[in-house]
Design a protein around this ligand. Sequence first.
Ligand code: PLP
Length: 448
Amino acid sequence: MTDPHSFNPSRLPSTGGRSDTRLDHYVDSYAQRTHKMTASAVRSLFSVANRPEVVSLAGGMPNIADLPLGKVGNLLDELIQRDGARIMQYGSGQGELQIREQICEVMAEEQIRAHPDDVVITAGSQQGLDLVTRIFCDPDDVVLVEAPSYVGALGTFKSYQTQISHVAMDDQGLDPDALRQVVTSLRDQGRRVKFLYTIPNFNNPAGITQPTERRREILQVAEDLDLLIVEDNPYGLLTIDGEPLPAMRSMETDRVIYLGSFSKTFAPGFRVGWVLAPHAVREKLVLAQESATLCPPVFSQFAISEYLAKHDWRGQIRQYRDMYRERRDAMLQGLTENMPQGTTWTHPTGGFFVWVTLPQGVDSQKMLPRAVTARVAYVPGDAFFADGFGSRHMRLSYCFPTPERIIEGTRRLGEVIADEMRINEVFGITDDHRLHSNPTPGPSPDIS
Ligand SMILES: Cc1ncc(COP(=O)(O)O)c(C=O)c1O
């Protein structure tokens, strides 16, 4: 017998209660800030890209297949039996003290010394980004980002109607001279530069890491120019070669807001990240958090806290590193074996991504439908720029597919690029302006 109270989709009307019309009656009513919220141009292709026959080198989903689910299940079971009524209640707007203390231990792995009072828990570091932008940025304020930068951050900055200005990178990450030049030139134009957003470890999408000395140089420029830095570090502990580098926040406390996350070192579904901020900023962040969510997810915080207390989380991270190393090696081997001449790529020492620069005249955006037809997918480079630059680049992720599938994916991709080059040879290069536009007032980004 079926339970009359249980949810039964067949009892819904055929449209599921959804209106069939696609006309938007509210088109004139939306706030200005929604005008820059755009769906990804490649989203429609992604439904095809997710088919099993397609090797997707596109998505950046953490590979959590190795998590000991039985053990995690037992921990959660015990936690609920022991503390269920408390952990399913509302909690503190700043986040629970217990996990904030543990987070200070996690950050010590990257030489950060912090007090739990200065940590604010967020729903993933994505919400950290949102709250930081919310408290600092008015429309038309400038946010500086690397060229290229994380697509989710660009979306957040756009949704607050900021102006995004890219700063060039070289093979050691963000270029301090370019930073100085961009800030000076923007200020000369009377623009308000609110902060620099940077991903020092295994940049998403570029896969480049700033060496310690480079971090110091960037901090020096920030000091000289009185510039705030937002350091986004979800991948820092996932080093593949060597040990984690000291975070920028470990070298400078007052000028750096640090964003951390359990999404890549444990699992993203709990949606727990954090912001470590100078004390006064922390107070504003808590107010913003309270107005956004009342409090960050309490159950998730206790679940992660239990995991950190009872599981060898450092050992788990070592296991993740080995797993990603195998995949990174497969990606680099596949690229070496299969990419046509004129293609270059970065050599990440951790994280999930390789950034590929295509031969002159090959446009990753235009090539994508042909690649998906050849059963391989990637993210075109222009997704990582706010200004249309980047179509000669693509981001490849090695985090999810098996090493064999990664190598097969690079083989298919190599053939598609070679075909594209042959078409260009026959019909002439149809280069468009975006291939050569310079996204910053400084030198062109050279990150290959
Ligand atoms: C650079 C960077 N920052 C932030 C995030 C958001 O992570 P989460 O909200 O899951 O902590 C991601 C996710 O891919 C990322 O790559």
